[in-house]
Design a protein around this ligand. Structure first.
Ligand code: ADP
Ligand code: MG
Length: 393
C-alpha cells in the first residue's frame, strides 16, 4: 500500500480525505476531537513536505444541501489549534470561490473544504462532482478509514482524476492491523461477537467461520441463535426474520469445525431498566417473563479461559447492555480478559470501543479500530471500496 512517503510532495496539491465526522453538542461545540487528532500525523507530514493541503470531510447527514449546523467551522477552529498554521475554511466544496482559494494556496498551507455532503454528488459518487473535487489536485490521499466502506465521490470517484492516489497513515495502520487478523492470524484465533443484532454481523460471522478457531457469542444476538436451536428465550431481543439464517450459521460452524460458543448462563430481568431486579439463570431456556441482558459469571469464566490462550483476538459487539452498570459486568470482565491476554487484540465497533474505554483498558488493546461500519465491512469482505480505488493497493 503506497503512502505519502512514496510521493514527491513539494509544491504539489494534495486532496486529503479525512473522517472529521466528530460529535457536536447543541451549541455546535466539539464533544470529542479524537478523529481530528487521528489525522494529524498525515496532515503534519504533508505540510512538512511542503505540499499544498486541501482537506475534506463529511459531517453528519445534511442530505445534499447547505445546513449551517453541519458546517465544518468548529472543526476548522480546532484543527487550527492543532497544526502550526491557521486553517483556511472554504465557503463551499466546489465552485468558483473554492477554485480561487485552491489556486492561491501556498505550500505548507491548509485549506479545509466545507462539508462534502452539502452536495448530492458526494454520496451519489457523481463523476462530474468528483472531477470538480480533483480540480488543481495532483495527489489524492485517503485517511478516512471510517468512510472507506462508502463508494462516495471523495472516497472512490476522485481517485481516477488525479496523478496518484495513496493511503494516509491512519488508513494504512487500520488496514495493516485488520489484514493481520484476516490473512495471517497467529493461532488460536478467537473472535468475540456480541451486540444488538445478528443481522449487522452476518457477513462477518460467515467470514470468521473459515478463519477463527473459536467464536464466542454474547449480547442480544445470542438469543436469535438459541431460538434457532428451538429454545424459548422469554422476552429477550430476537430477530424473528433471522432465525433461519442463524440455524444455517450454526450448521456451517459445525461443518467448519470452529468452536462456536453460546452463553451458558445469563443475567436476566423483567425490564431493561436500571432499577429492575436482576438474577442469574443457567440456560437456555430463559423464563417467559424475563429477558437476557448480559452474560452470566460462568460464561465469563469460560470465555476468559479461551481468551487467555488466544494469539489473535477480534472483538466486535458488547456482551450485554453495558451502558447500564447493572448489566455491564459481562462486558467489563471480557474487556479485562482481552486486555490481559498477550494476543494481538483488535476491537472494532462504536459501542465496543466505548465499552473498552468504560472498562479503562483501552491502552492494553493492540488496535482500536476507528471506523465501526468500515471495520466490520473489512472483516467481512477483506477490502473496502476506498482501498480498491487507490493506485496500488
Ligand atoms: P458495536 O457498535 O460495537 O458494533 P452494536 O451496535 O452491534 O455494537 O451493539 C451494541 C448494543 O447492543 C448496545 O447498545 C447494547 O446495549 C446492545 N445489547 C447488547 N446486549 C444486549 C441484550 N442482551 N439485549 C439488548 N441489547 C443488547
Ligand atoms: Mg453500535
Amino acid at each position: 500500500m503506497l503512502t505519502p512517503k512514496d510521493l514527491d510532495l513539494e509544491e504539489k496539491m494534495v486532496f486529503l480525505r479525512v473522517d472529521f465526522n466528530v460529535p457536536l453538542d447543541e451549541e455546535c461545540k466539539i464533544r470529542d476531537d479524537s478523529r481530528i487528532k487521528a489525522a494529524l500525523p498525515t496532515i503534519n507530514y504533508l505540510l512538512e513536505q511542503k505540499a499544498k493541503v486541501v482537506v475534506a470531510s463529511h459531517l453528519g447527514r445534511p442530505k445534499g444541501e447547505y445546513v449551517p449546523e453541519f458546517s465544518l467551522k468548529p472543526v476548522a477552529e480546532r484543527l487550527s489549534e492543532l497544526i502550526p498554521q491557521n486553517v483556511i475554511l472554504a465557503p463551499d466544496v466546489i465552485g468558483e470561490e473554492v477554485l480561487k482559494l485552491k489556486k492561491e494556496l501556498k505550500e505548507d498551507q491548509t485549506l479545509l473544504l466545507e462539508n462534502l455532503r452539502f452536495h448530492k454528488g458526494e454520496t451519489a459518487n457523481d463523476s462530474s462532482f468528483a472531477q470538480l473535487l480533483a480540480q488543481e489536485v495532483n495527489y489524492y490521499v485517503n485517511d478516512a478509514f471510517g468512510a472507506s466502506h462508502r463508494s462516495h465521490a471523495s472516497v472512490v470517484g476522485i481517485a481516477q482524476y488525479v496523478e496518484k492516489s495513496v493511503a494516509g497513515f491512519l488508513l494504512k495502520k487500520e488496514v495493516d492491523y485488520l489484514s493481520k487478523a484476516v490473512h495471517s492470524p497467529s493461532k488460536p484465533y478467537v473472535a468475540i461477537l456480541g451486540g444488538a443484532k445478528v443481522s449487522d454481523k452476518i457477513p462477518v460471522i460467515e467470514n470468521l467461520l473459515n478463519k477463527a478457531d473459536s467464536i464466542l457469542i454474547g449480547g442480544a444476538m445470542a438469543y436469535t441463535f438459541f431460538k434457532a436451536q428451538g429454545y424459548e428465550v422469554g422476552r429477550s431481543l430476537v430477530e424473528e426474520d433471522k432465525i433461519e439464517l442463524a440455524r444455517l450459521l450454526l450448521e456451517r460452524a459445525q461443518k467448519e469445525k470452529v468452536n462456536f460458543y453460546l452463553p451458558s448462563d445469563h443475567l436476566v430481568a423483567a425490564e431493561k431498566d436500571p432499577d429492575t431486579e436482576v438474577k442469574i439463570v443457567d440456560s437456555p431456556p430463559i423464563p417467559s417473563d424475563l429477558m437476557g441482558l448480559d452474560i452470566g459469571p460462568k460464561t465469563v469464566e469460560k470465555y476468559s479461559k479461551i481468551i487467555a490462550k488466544a494469539k489473535t483476538i477480534y472483538w466486535n459487539g458488547p456482551m450485554g447492555v453495558f451502558e447500564i452498570d447493572k448489566f455491564s459486568q459481562g462486558t467489563m470482565k471480557i474487556a479485562e480478559a482481552v486486555a490481559s491476554s498477550e494476543a494481538l487484540s483488535i476491537v472494532g465497533g462504536g459501542d465496543s470501543v466505548a465499552a473498552v474505554c468504560k472498562a479503562g483498558v483501552s491502552e492494553k488493546i493492540s488496535h482500536i479500530s476507528t471506523g465501526g461500519g468500515a471495520s466490520l465491512e473489512f472483516m467481512a469482505n477483506e477490502t473496502l471500496p476506498g482501498i480498491e480505488a487507490l493506485s496500488e493497493k
